[in-house]
Design a protein around this ligand. Structure first.
Ligand SMILES: [Ca+2]
Ligand SMILES: [Ca+2]
Ligand SMILES: [Ca+2]
Length: 454
């Protein structure tokens, strides 16, 4: 029996000198999205392949676009990137290894699903959506869209009633929203809706709907010439640097109120150059000049949140402004209505030019008392542009007169009066809030409050 067995075992070894090839790494059933590259590696081992026989690998079935690359003597890689026409399809891939004598086979399934259409980016991005530097909105999608569905799938409206165009770039998957003239109108609100009428090339809708809006121009305080969000001495340098520059006005009449308002954008064919010069034009009349100094002084230290930090100038010396321009700026600051900011501007410019500027308000000014709160006395100061009959009186919060400090004619100029904290009867006034009222020539008066704190 032993010798029979031995003969039985050896017999096939003698005739079966060519072993069938074997797949070592194979590809299995898988699900992939359109557009996503799929690849798998195949290694075929062919033991004892006799001389004269070669090893090969073939597709029996394959989806359109799938290729088999030879990567070595016995390795291949299968590469497949399905397109939109293959969405919702399944493909059976069959591989056959062949050494010209024997074969090995393996099959598996690739299922292709839709990749949802989505927005990859919107330019300008949310934080920059004042469009000061942009004449258009670019919406980039993650994949191609059906151009025929863009007109009803992307709705864009202008608060000024302008017709906005949507142009599709099939190469970049970008829809550009702009105005047919090429420039978006200033001070407009543009609302964009992307809805389910928009289809991808596989016919699948954009979902859920996306809405956003942006304004052409952000609310800023006039005088923030470097556009960093605060009106302060750093704004002197850009204002001085752009002195005399011209651009499109924001309105027919200059805004001498200098209230927080939308920043300007380029209109039509006209533009400021560089564009951020517009921030130095505080009154919006289309020129950087004397009035704008007043806006800077009037809005001194006010802040707003719509600044474009990237355009902010670093703090630099006022001396970098041309001397003749500094002289013009100082002359303008002297003419501005009096305010703490204007005083500061005058001091800065005056110091840089080596001149001292006396404050010369053109109207009656009643300043805050010092110290405040106080005990027992405080100093009240005021300015008279002209000589006047002056009455300065102190009241408690019940409206009762506590003391009269001045009652008579005074010359023009700066005056200081001390209140010693005593009432009419010569007793010490109680702790509390008091009002002091300055009346000139009986026809106009102004009041301020102070606190006596014991
Ligand atoms: Ca898709
Ligand atoms: Ca600033
Ligand atoms: Ca101006």
């Amino acid at each position: 029996m032993a010798s029979d067995e031995s003969q039985f075992v050896e017999y096939p070894l003698l005739i079966d000198i060519n072993q069938p090839p074997v797949f070592v790494i194979v590809c299995y059933d898988t699900t992939i999205s359109e557009g996503d590259p799929y690849s798998c590696e195949i290694t075929m081992i062919d033991p004892a392949n006799p001389v004269g026989y070669s090893t090969s690998l073939d597709f029996n079935h394959q989806p359109v676009g799938a290729i088999l690359n030879s990567t070595g003597p016995s390795t291949w890689s299968l590469e497949f990137t399905p397109d939109y026409t293959q969405v919702d399809s399944s493909f059976t891939v069959a591989l056959t290894g062949d050494d010209s004598f024997r074969q090995v086979s393996h099959s598996f399934m690739i299922s292709v699903i839709n990749r949802p259409l989505s927005v990859a980016s919107i330019d300008p991005v949310a934080v920059q959506r004042d469009l000061l530097t942009s004449e258009q909105i670019a919406i980039t999608f993650n994949e191609a869209v059906d151009p025929a569905t863009v007109p009803t799938g992307i709705i864009a409206t202008s608060s000024r009633g302008l017709t906005l165009r949507r142009t599709y770039d099939a190469e970049q998957y970008v829809v550009v929203v702009d105005h047919t003239s090429g420039a978006l109108a200033p001070l407009d609100t543009l609302a964009v809706t992307i809805n389910s009428n928009l289809l991808d090339l596989a016919g699948k809708p954009f979902s859920p709907a996306l809405q956003f809006s942006l304004r052409t121009g952000a609310d800023v305080y006039p005088g923030d010439a470097n556009n960093d969000g605060v009106v302060d001495e750093r704004d002197l340098l850009p204002m001085g640097r752009y002195w005399g520059n011209q651009g499109p006005p924001r309105s027919e009449t200059p805004d001498l109120q200098f209230v927080k308002s939308p920043a300007h954008v380029r209109a039509g064919l006209y533009s400021w150059s560089p564009y951020n010069v517009v921030y130095a034009d505080a009154d919006g009349n289309g020129q950087v000049e004397a009035n704008d100094i007043c806006g800077l002084g009037q809005n001194w230290l006010l802040t707003h949140s719509a600044a474009k930090q990237e355009t902010a100038e670093a703090a630099q010396a006022v001396e970098e402004i041309e001397t003749s321009v500094r002289q013009q700026m100082l002359a303008a600051a002297i003419e501005c209505p009096e305010s703490g900011g204007v005083q500061r501007l005058r001091d800065l410019l005056g110091a840089s030019l080596g001149v001292t500027v006396d404050p010369m308000p053109d109207r009656i000014e009643l300043y805050g008392n010092y110290p405040n709160p106080f005990n027992p006395s405080t100093t009240i100061s005021f300015f008279l542009p002209d000589a006047a009959l002056v009455h300065l009186e102190i009241f408690n919060l019940l409206g009762q007169s506590v003391s009269t400090l001045v009652d008579g004619r005074m010359n023009s100029g700066h005056h200081e009066v001390v209140w010693d904290g005593l009432d009419r009867s010569g007793g010490s006034a109680a702790s509390g809030v008091y009002v002091y009222r300055l009346q000139c020539d009986k026809d106009n008066f102004t009041t301020r409050r102070m606190i006596l704190l014991k």
